[in-house]
Design a protein around this ligand. Structure first.
Ligand SMILES: [Zn+2]
Length: 338
């Protein structure tokens, strides 16, 4: 099968690899309908994370079930399915508590920029998308596999509710999806922090009421100005670097919440400052599986259209250009068609 492999920083190739196959009776193999490049793939691509050897890329997928193991009962060949980047049994205590990305049996679903993907724990991991699915919904269903689910978790982790003022740090695909989530959860004022006009426009289309172009402490000061001097009720941190986390903490009102979903790279939090700020923090790898059935329904009924974050679509064989375009910020997010 054709699949992307990262060989060294900035060196992605599409190669022939052995076709994904069942390894356990609880596995499914899916034929990928659409996959994509994630902002977090860029950490490897740029060499921020060490590339130890050839690394198959990608962890986002929507596809048709090709075959299932003997113990799989909830999905069958031919069905359109979407799942999260962590396989989960959906039955252990952590799953029952809504933290499927901390499933006691979790397994990373990697190598998804490929024609076929092996999905472990298929019964717990995959969500069947019912009915005749229109082609126009495929990008949004794909977005639910990670960025929409992650943006949603940022808002849930920050306890966004009706009437809230929410600030979103980060204008990547996750940040933009976090704007959608804040709106769906009832926020009435949503402040997107972005310096890029196309991303500002999409943020507004998704529900942002204000845009702040300043960063760091200047950005936080601007959020305070916009919120009567106290800060936002909830701040959604969707980047993961020291500056973005500081910006989030300093933009939140006492008693407010930061939901952080950018994978932290070099982030340090000062305990004393946190103590006196009265700000609550919750984050982590989003338990996307917990939100998938609801998100799929919102997509199919046309309530949300997170697929708009894909502003570049390429055949899988041109994945290298898809990575480059995102690295150079020419594209928000690249969709790949096997
Ligand atoms: Zn579990």
């Amino acid at each position: 099968m054709r699949a992307t492999v990262l060989h060294a920083p900035y060196e992605v190739r599409v190669e022939d690899r052995p076709k994904a196959a069942l390894q356990q009776p609880t596995d499914a193999v899916i034929r990928t309908v659409a996959t994509c490049v994630c902002g977090s793939d860029l950490w490897d691509y740029r060499g921020v994370n060490e590339v130890a050897g050839p690394m198959p890329g990608g962890h986002e997928y929507v596809g048709l079930v090709e075959e299932v193991g003997s113990e799989v009962t909830s999905v069958k060949p031919g069905q359109l399915v979407v799942g999260s980047f962590f396989a989960s049994d959906n039955t252990c205590p952590n799953c029952e508590n809504g933290y499927q990305t901390n499933c006691l049996h979790r397994e990373f679903v990697g190598g998804c920029q490929a024609e076929y993907v092996r999905v472990p724990l298929a019964d717990g991991t995959l969500v069947h998308v019912p009915g005749e699915v229109a082609e126009e919904h495929i990008p949004s269903l794909l977005a639910c596999s990670d960025v929409m689910g992650t943006g949603w978790y940022a808002a849930v982790a920050a306890q966004v509710g009706p009437g809230d003022t929410v600030a979103v740090v980060g204008d990547g695909a996750v940040g933009l999806c976090a704007v959608i989530a804040a709106k769906e959860l009832g926020a009435t004022r949503i402040i997107a922090m972005s310096r890029h006009t196309p991303r500002q426009n999409l943020a507004r289309e998704f529900g942002a009421t204000d845009v702040v172009t300043k960063r760091g402490d200047e950005g936080a000061a601007r959020i305070k100005e916009l919120t009567g001097g106290i800060g936002a009720d909830a701040v959604l941190e969707c980047v993961g670097n020291p500056e973005s986390m500081q910006q989030a903490l300093h933009s939140t009102r006492p008693g407010g919440n930061v939901g952080f979903v950018g994978v932290p790279h070099g982030v340090q939090i000062d305990g004393e400052e946190l103590f006196f700020s009265h700000v609550a923090l919750r984050g982590g790898p989003a338990p996307v599986r917990a939100f998938l059935p609801d998100l799929v329904e919102r997509v199919l009924t046309g309530r949300i259209n997170p697929g708009k974050v894909f502003d570049l679509e390429l055949p899988l064989d041109q994945a290298a250009e898809g990575y480059r375009a995102m690295d150079e910020r020419r594209a928000i997010k690249t969709l790949l068609r096997p």
